[in-house]
Design a protein around this ligand. Structure first.
Ligand SMILES: [Fe+2]
Length: 418
């Protein structure tokens, strides 16, 4: 079933009483993202906890076409959230980072320190401040103290306390929700906002010498399109992207624990501070993930530049395919295995940084009872914001390690782009 969607902000009628319209874009969102119709709002679902087959078919297609699907003012239950998440991958068995909802060696991992699993579900409570509402807690010990991650503890450099007080912040960490070891990246993540401050604004600073800034709502979740990130690359970098695979570090979130991130939140600084592979918790080569740079969208066939920048370790570049012409700017025409971490990071950074330019970022402006689904294999996202200890933010989050691996470019894609 195809769902009509007009490019204009007017509400468009869709099948089964469902309506679909573009998300409300901030003024900073540029023409390219608007033309892509990145992000849609869906209305008219009868019961979000029990979708009909027809409703789900529509939503699934919208997710793959538009990257982010938002529902406003819906009453979701943890069981309903789990069912909705699982509908995208019925064979998925466990939370994206494993059964316990926490990575191995959690104490050394840089993953969310305050992830709480709602009892009997794979739904995680995340947020900030002291949560006391029983409906939000769903059986977790009351009160529950949460802490919103801050760039202050993750980035190499920090915004001064004075500037923080004035509302300046950063992208915390651009990422894909994925263990990147043993488990396959979830297809979808669902985020349900229950409590959050709604009136406060922040300004994200890139602090990378470009002067780039972006005004965001406090605690807004920032998204970019992996398709756009790929599409805007010059031809010689598209050629490299379709020929390259990333080998991620074993137990990447433990490995990077002592390293520090760039000021844009897009990957790490190279200071030689990563944990030595021998010092990591036990790992097996067969569980180390080697994934293509470009992931193929199962509905549109488009290629999405999907690299988790802070976890990258090595790059494996295929040679140009037979018949492809070499030009002076062709990179690694005979293939390569890049193992110099700084070189690997610089190369990926040069390919990803254009894709997080302010005009290419859509930020969800959260309201209570708002649900956002995002295509985790087609977008990158980052949290933003500096929260005071007493500012309460509570979200339910769910994703599941996928039952199938990601799909890279086809031979035809490689021939076309190389
Ligand atoms: Fe995430």
């Amino acid at each position: 079933m195809t769902v009509p969607l007009t490019p204009a902000p007017a509400t468009a009628a869709a099948a089964g009483g469902i309506t679909v319209r573009p998300v409300p874009y901030a003024e900073t969102v540029g023409k390219r993202l608007r033309d892509e119709q990145f992000g849609v709002v869906v209305e008219g679902i009868k019961d979000i906890n029990r979708l009909t087959e027809e409703e789900f078919a529509i939503i699934e297609k919208l997710l793959y076409k538009h990257g982010v699907v938002v529902f406003e003012d819906v009453d979701l239950t943890p069981a309903g959230q789990h069912a909705l998440t699982n509908a995208f991958d019925p064979d998925a068995q466990e939370y994206g980072h494993g059964k316990v909802g926490r990575p191995d060696q959690a104490s050394k991992s840089i993953l969310h320190p305050d992830l709480r699993t709602i009892p009997g579900t794979e739904v995680q409570l995340i947020g900030n401040g002291l949560v006391t509402d029983e409906h939000v807690l769903q059986g977790l010990a009351n009160p529950c103290k949460l802490r919103h991650p801050s760039h202050q503890t993750f980035h190499r450099t920090r915004i001064s306390d004075d500037d923080s007080a004035k509302g300046f912040t950063r992208f915390y960490r651009w990422h894909i929700d994925a263990a990147l070891y043993e488990r396959d990246p979830p297809k979808v993540t669902t985020l349900y906002g229950l409590q959050m401050p709604t009136a406060k604004r922040n300004t994200v600073r890139y602090d990378d010498g470009t002067g780039d800034e972006l005004e965001v709502p406090l605690g807004g979740t920032a998204f970019v399109s992996g398709k756009v990130m790929f599409d805007i690359l010059p031809a010689h970098l598209k050629s490299l992207a379709v020929r390259t695979k990333v080998r991620y570090a074993p137990h990447p979130y433990v490995w990077m624990g002592s390293a520090r991130a760039r000021s844009t939140g897009l990957g790490m600084e190279s200071e030689g501070t990563e944990m030595a592979l021998d010092d990591l918790p036990p790992w097996k080569d067969e569980h180390v993930k080697t994934l293509p740079v470009c992931w193929k969208n199962p509905v549109t066939g488009h290629l999405h530049f999907q690299v988790h920048p802070s976890a990258i370790h090595e790059l494996l570049v295929d040679p140009l395919p037979a018949g492809a012409s070499r030009t002076p700017d062709t990179l690694y025409p005979d293939g390569a295995h890049l193992t110099d971490l700084k070189e690997v990071r610089e190369l990926m950074y040069s390919m990803q940084r254009p894709g997080i330019a302010p005009e290419l970022v859509y930020v969800v402006d959260w309201k209570p009872k708002q649900l956002a689904l995002f295509h985790n294999r087609g977008t990158l996202h980052s949290i933003t914001g500096a929260f005071a200890e007493d500012e309460v933010r509570a979200f339910w989050q769910c994703n599941q390690a996928a039952s199938v691996p990601v799909v890279g470019p086809t031979e035809e894609d490689v021939r076309r782009c190389a």
